[in-house]
Design a protein. Sequence first.
Length: 213
Amino acid sequence: MKTIGNLPGERLAGLWADLAHKVQKGKISLDEIALFNQRKNPFGVGVGKANVIAIDRTKPFNPTESIGNGWSFWLGPADGNGLEGKPEQDDCSLALTEVDLSEILLEAHLKSRETSITGEERLRRLIAADRIRLDLGVFKTLWDNKEMIPASFSGRTNNNATCVFFDGQTLRSPRGMRCTLYLYLDGDGTWRWRVRWLGHDRRVSDPSAVLAR
């Protein structure tokens, strides 16, 4: 049986899901979790080396297998058809073989008085800010190891579920639309993912998962 720290992986996943649910319901704050980790870490995760998760690049994310028929990576420029050229991706993220989860930042990049921007504008601002946009290989690793999903992903923003986008790779829908994938904690305490059109609005509750260079 897979173990993390001194606990079996399945038991730890249950404990982590319960903790995330309490954060969502406002029964415990992220600051309290951080303070608890500084003083004691009975689960063996969340601090030190346990924050580092390996990314298996030998099994890349496959849009067709993971999402459905007709899905692929966007190729070429944003104003093209998405079928020709180089994949639109963050090569620095694709080069990562491990990620320190404590270093992941959730950024909305909204300017003063802005309540939302499109996903396309978010991409432009992330690139201008020189952020490493986490890719779908990182997403898949977290999805397969949900007990390692950072607690910050489970918080609520303006009473809405926080939808964390992985903008390191742009997807092409069966209809030829540019999309990116996001992860969120549902109201029942279950982690879920979806894809969203880049022309759709993103608010402060829809941050992107990035790393500083």
